[in-house]
Design a protein around this ligand. Structure first.
Ligand SMILES: [Ca+2]
Ligand SMILES: [Ca+2]
Length: 107
């Protein structure tokens, strides 16, 4: 089932997010089917994006969001990274906690 999540992600990011500044977090989670996955799957995805495994997705890791799922995908632009952070960072500490990520994906 985890592989299935992975595959839908890859399909989504290669299909519709190639143009700079076209990234929308909410749209991406809907398109990829992740918003319909279990909290456990979402947690696994969080772990992939949190490359240094400190329990938070920092701005730099967020920038690599698409590339995490699809090697060769583009980096998010500064504008997209900031927009992404602003919708997900509920406590305003400038990074994304697992609970914040889960809340956004599954909302
Ligand atoms: Ca991190
Ligand atoms: Ca936060």
């Amino acid at each position: 089932q985890y592989l299935e999540v992975w595959r839908t992600f890859i399909k989504t990011c290669t299909r519709s997010l190639a143009a700079p500044d076209s990234f929308c977090a909410k749209k991406f989670f809907d398109l990829s089917g992740l918003s319909k996955k279990s909290p456990q799957d979402v947690k696994k995805v969080f772990g992939l994006v949190d490359k240094d495994h400190d329990g938070f997705i920092e701005e730099e890791e967020l920038k690599h969001f698409l590339r995490t799922f699809c090697p060769g995908a583009r980096l998010l632009t500064d504008k997209e990274t900031k927009a992404f952070l602003s919708v997900v960072d509920n406590d305003g500490d400038g990074r994304v906690g697992a609970d914040e990520f889960q809340a956004l994906v599954l909302s």
